[in-house]
Design a protein around this ligand. Structure first.
Ligand code: GLC
Length: 735
């Protein structure tokens, strides 16, 4: 049993006492979340709140309207129960941080926590007291648009960063005016939507659900996350919103979660669309029995729960449990004592300190993928003319990324103005868009772009995807660069000018045909309000590039899903069995080629591996070693490596620890991340990085659903990405 959100006993008793006073209709009213009127309180909403038929509202960010909503609930309804006020504050409010996938590239929980803290403060100033974040879905299929909202392909990295987001949003006191309740979503397995098509069915084996998709949610619950949102998807034929395995057996019984479960938007009603129920009455019953406390947007509970209870199809005890969770949460949030918001108590949104934090987060999130011939950093004193090209070089809105309900493009600083501001008058900056949008095939500006690049000291091409091409319901079957961007890159590369590629996107893109054409390449997962200055500071060497990939970058779409923690299989690809299709002899016989797990038309490796990122210096790992040859059950072992900066500039390195359990009662991944440490190394500096590994870190969820660390040999690697090749072995002894 993990430490649950665990409300104080006194609050539970207060909730119980209030529950005892509530009518059936008032109880059902607490379960209902409704869309606000937006900057005003329509009469129907006023009446519903006054009559106790609403427990929470969503999408109201006018503080005066929120205070009026609360006033009606507290002063005009019979029991005066205040409202939860929810909003999707995913990666910023007025100040927009990099999308979560970009924040994940920082590999730094402090970056995520600070961004969430600032976002909470800006949202709370408008009366928001609940955010629907962090999104903890494991994203291994970048065709799925919602990979943008998560922390990537790895359960451990997602767990660490998700817990940091919870701490940031909720602060140290959930009742503080600038704290907002966090929401771990979408529970669970949404990232496995088949074919990367949003809302699609998922086929997740139980062992994979337990060892890949569930751990980040358990980590969020351990961090005290106050709420959980159910996923739209169905898992093995049962939609998450009706899954007793997920919502009762796992969340409540196994993990001890005592917070609130909210359905996703309209997901209760959609149980009938899935075909699990015949209509809203059946959907209300299924969701209530599974343990969905709050119904978002649809009204199956409001329309049918009373009759379900009167006819004995749902017990009042079940209803009381749902309501109690909500009352306890509202008590924990201090809403009964202080339901109103005094905006004057909050810092100005998008102030200098917030923008500085957003810029620091953007710097930390940008990944240097290639830097041949040391083209970067650009030396300002050597520059006379620079060409800035591409459809995303000067786009305030696009760099903010998806899920920007309250972000203000007016605060955005794109790359082009940031570069011009930084270079000043003594360097000529020629800008040609080249394409109207990233999706465009209109090449009429190509000639001007080529002209601008010709003879320039560098051509900086800012390409990728607009924000709308990722996020909810925005999936792509082909994740190469959209439109004629590849043709534009080719045309600019042909000028012979050093080409610096900057990719802004909400997902991993397939760039095998692009990267060889350029001298240098940076990846900026939609970097947010201050993405422009961050990119400029990295390109000019004012900041060191320090991002590391939170996802594997595929060569081509057909490799997807591609992720480093894959299974070995019974016939793993090996260098001597991999053959390129072009190299297969004519009339080759059936068994003469292949016979192991790879595609004939692409190398089985990703273009860039999970954890990868270059600096402007060079790092060397050596002497990977263990403090002992084995550890006893319950014991610890220390794994170490020496890390040296062998280059000319400071490095912000992320030393990564990977583990493999080569023989176990379930097949285990070829390796999995179990630890990482950030270290700054000055030129020539050598440090030893230590990882204390506990027995629990060697464990996994076994066949019976319990966590188990099985005796035997383990392999570990410490290095700069998932291809780390310096291995150390040790054993876990028998009990
Ligand atoms: C959406 C999303 C969910 C979001 C909710 C409220 O459909 O799936 O992530 O929090 O509705 O906007």
């Amino acid at each position: 049993m993990t430490q649950s959100t665990f409300a104080p006993r006194a609050l539970v008793e207060r909730a119980q006492a209030l529950l005892a006073e509530m009518s059936l209709e008032e109880k059902i009213g607490q379960l209902q979340m409704v869309q606000s009127g937006g900057w005003h309180v329509p009469d129907h909403l006023r009446d519903a709140i006054r009559e106790g038929r609403v427990g929470s509202v969503i999408n109201e960010v006018d503080v005066n309207t929120v205070n009026e909503l609360q006033r009606i609930a507290v002063q005009e309804s019979r029991l005066g129960i205040p409202l939860l006020v929810g909003r999707d504050v995913i990666h910023g409010f007025k100040t927009v941080f990099p999308i979560p996938l970009g924040q994940a590239a920082a590999w730094d929980p402090a970056v995520v926590e600070r961004g969430a803290r600032i976002s909470a403060r800006e949202a709370a100033a408008c009366g928001v007291n609940w955010t629907f974040a962090p999104m903890l879905d494991i994203g291994r299929d970048p065709r799925w648009g919602r990979v943008a909202e998560g922390y990537g392909e790895d359960p451990y990295l997602t767990s660490v960063l998700g817990a940091a987001a919870v701490r940031g949003f909720q602060g140290t006191d959930l009742s503080a005016p600038d704290s907002v309740a966090a929401c771990a979503k979408h529970f669970a397995g949404y990232g496995a939507s088949e074919a990367g098509k949003d809302y699609n069915t998922t086929n997740i084996p139980l062992n994979e659900m337990r060892n890949v998709h569930l751990p980040p949610f358990e980590a969020a619950i351990r961090a005290g996350c106050a709420t959980v949102m159910t996923s739209f998807s169905d898992i093995d034929g049962i939609p998450a919103t009706a899954s007793e395995f997920l919502l009762r057996e796992t969340l409540r019984e196994r993990w001890g979660f005592d917070g609130v479960v909210v359905s996703d938007w309209d997901a209760v009603r959609q149980l009938a669309v899935h075909g699990l129920t015949a209509g809203d009455r059946g959907s209300a019953q299924a969701a209530a029995l599974a343990g969905v406390d709050i119904e978002m947007a649809s009204t199956a509970y409001a329309d049918h729960l009373a009759s379900l209870i009167r006819e004995g199809d749902v017990s009042e005890e079940i209803l009381d449990g749902l309501v109690r969770n909500i009352l306890v949460l509202k008590l924990r949030m201090g809403l009964f004592e202080d339901p109103y918001t005094d905006a004057s108590q909050f810092p100005t949104p998008a102030n200098a300190a917030h923008l500085r934090a957003a810029q620091e987060a953007a710097v930390a999130s940008i990944v240097l993928l290639k830097n041949s011939a040391g083209v970067l950093p650009l030396h300002r004193e050597r520059l006379e003319r620079v060409a800035v090209l591409g459809p995303l070089a000067d786009e305030r809105h696009e760099q903010l990324g998806t899920w920007i309900f309250d972000g203000d493009p007016e605060h955005s600083v794109p790359f082009l103005p940031a570069l011009r501001e930084r270079l000043g008058e003594d360097v000529q900056v020629d800008y040609v868009r080249g394409l109207p949008t990233t999706r465009s095939h209109d090449r009429h500006e190509f000639e001007a772009a080529v002209q601008a690049a010709t003879g320039a000291d560098a051509a900086i091409l800012v390409v990728g995807e607009e924000a709308i091409l990722s996020g909810e319901a925005h999936c792509r079957a082909d994740i190469s660069l959209p439109g004629a961007q590849e043709a534009l890159i080719e045309a600019i590369a042909a000028t012979g000018t050093p080409v610096v590629l900057v990719v802004m996107a909400g997902r991993a893109l397939a760039l095998e045909s692009v990267v060889p054409r350029v001298h240098a390449a940076l990846y900026a997962f939609h970097p947010g309000t201050m993405g422009g200055p961050a990119l400029v500071d990295i390109l000019l060497g004012v900041e060191e590039p320090r991002g590391r990939l939170p996802v594997s970058l595929p060569r081509v779409t057909g490799q997807v899903p591609i992720y480093y923690a894959h299974k070995r299989t019974g016939k793993p690809a090996t260098p001597d069995t991999i053959i390129r299709m072009e190299d297969i002899p004519a009339r080759a016989t059936q068994l003469s080629v292949g016979n192991t797990s790879f595609h004939l038309d692409v190398h089985p490796s990703p273009l860039f591996p999970f954890g990868f990122g270059l600096s402007y210096s060079h790092v060397q790992y050596s002497d990977v070693r263990a403090s002992a040859g084995n550890l006893a059950p319950g014991g610890e072992i220390v794994l170490m490596a020496d890390v040296t900066n062998t280059g000319p500039r400071t490095i912000h390195e992320v030393a990564q620890l990977y583990l493999c359990d080569p023989v176990a009662s379930l097949t285990r991944p070829v390796r999995q991340l179990i630890g990482f440490k950030r270290l700054t190394l000055h030129p020539g500096e050598r440090r030893t990085v230590h990882f204390t590994v506990t027995t629990e870190q060697l464990s996994f969820i076994g066949r019976d659903g319990s966590r188990v660390a099985e005796p035997g040999q383990f392999h570990a690697w410490i290095g700069g990405d998932a291809t780390a090749d310096q291995r150390v072995e040790f054993s876990l002894l028998e009990q």
